[in-house]
Design a protein around this ligand. Structure first.
Ligand code: AVJ
Length: 323
């Protein structure tokens, strides 16, 4: 499948690099192959994963304010569009949105989503971009004049980035979106260890299945011999870095072959597969500000976990293209 090849092929093989490192780690984008994207979508409905529920409620409550800020005929750009539940709410609330540009690596989901959006919003021009939004991007130009550009980046996806990368990425978005653009960034700022451990190791086992799927993916793309039964999913709160981590822990001392190379594991040795920073609101606001975005407002959910930041691009973003 093209998506998998595209996800797996990089100039420097970061899979091998990560498996030779200490601690071992895998690039998180591998979690989001076709099966992984499906499992992640399932996570968003899980009781213990409070993030989606809380953000949907917050978004719903603030939609009139958001629509007023954005104005008519908007061009909406969404990196990591996924299944598009929040997108639909947003598009339905905006005044005659003109263009929607979803960007995602999950090809099937991207195509299906674009097709159904064209039916649901006949006046909307949908211009999907298949690709990894952390790499250099070009956005197709709308065929008709549009109003304000809104970058829609909800879902705490920003937490996947290292703080410096987050800054570089938000700067890139400021350039991409142009002057007078807006961003709506949504992120979880919860630092409650118990709630986070539950959210990232849910009792239904969906997160565990999502995490373990990365080994199946590497088995396929890197001719690897991971036995999924010999690894266990674990959520780990990294207090010092204020981030939740997903680990796959080796249940035995074992050697796995990956692309012809033996990789040895000690008993209990982890592979870190993903981390999500839980920035304090002031930290994230500072990151936004130093990325060329002027924060205009902050929307906070009643449980004080999820925050949404509408921000407008400064006339001249402070930094050039990077990443
Ligand atoms: C898609 C990165 C926002 O960190 O909450 C959920 C991914 N991983 N459960 C998150 C995820 C395990 C999710 N993000």
């Amino acid at each position: 499948m093209r998506t998998q090849a595209q996800i797996a092929t990089r100039p420097l093989d970061d899979v091998m690099e990560g498996l030779h490192a200490t601690p071992k780690h895998l690039p998180y984008r591998l979690l989001y192959d076709a099966r992984g994207a499906e499992l992640f979508e399932k996570i968003t409905f899980v009781e213990d994963y409070y993030l989606t529920r809380a953000e949907l409620a917050l978004l719903e409550a603030q939609l009139p304010a958001i629509a007023a800020l954005v104005g008519p005929n908007a061009r909406v750009i969404e990196p990591g569009s996924g299944a598009g539940r929040k997108t639909r709410m947003l598009l339905a609330a905006l005044e005659s949105p003109a263009t929607y540009v979803p960007i995602d690596v999950a090809e099937d989901q991207l195509t299906e989503n674009a097709t159904s959006l064209r039916v649901e919003f006949p006046q909307l021009e949908v211009l999907p971009v298949l690709g990894d939004y952390t790499r250099p991007l070009s956005i197709p130009a709308p065929t008709k004049p549009t109003g304000r550009t809104l970058v829609f980046f909800p879902g705490s996806t920003i937490g996947n980035f290292e703080p410096e990368e987050a800054r570089a990425f938000l700067t890139k978005l400021a350039h991409l979106a142009g002057p007078d653009a807006m961003i709506l960034l949504g992120a979880d700022g919860n630092a409650n260890r118990e709630e986070l451990l539950r959210a990232y190791d849910d009792r239904e086992g969906v997160t565990a299945a999502f995490d373990l799927n990365v080994l199946a993916h590497v088995n396929t793309t890197h001719a690897a011999s991971f036995d999924l039964a010999k690894f266990e999913h674990r959520a780990v709160w990294n207090e010092q870095r204020s981030r939740i981590e997903m680990h796959l822990v080796s249940r035995a001392a074992q050697t796995v072959t990956v692309a012809g190379e033996p990789i040895s594991f000690d008993l209990d040795e982890p592979i870190i597969t993903e981390h999500c920073y839980k920035h304090a609101p002031a930290t994230l606001e500072m990151i936004l500000r130093s990325s060329g975005w002027r924060v205009t407002n902050t929307f906070v959910d009643p449980a004080h976990c999820i925050l949404m930041w509408p921000a407008t691009a400064e006339k001249r973003p402070t930094r050039g293209w990077s990443t």
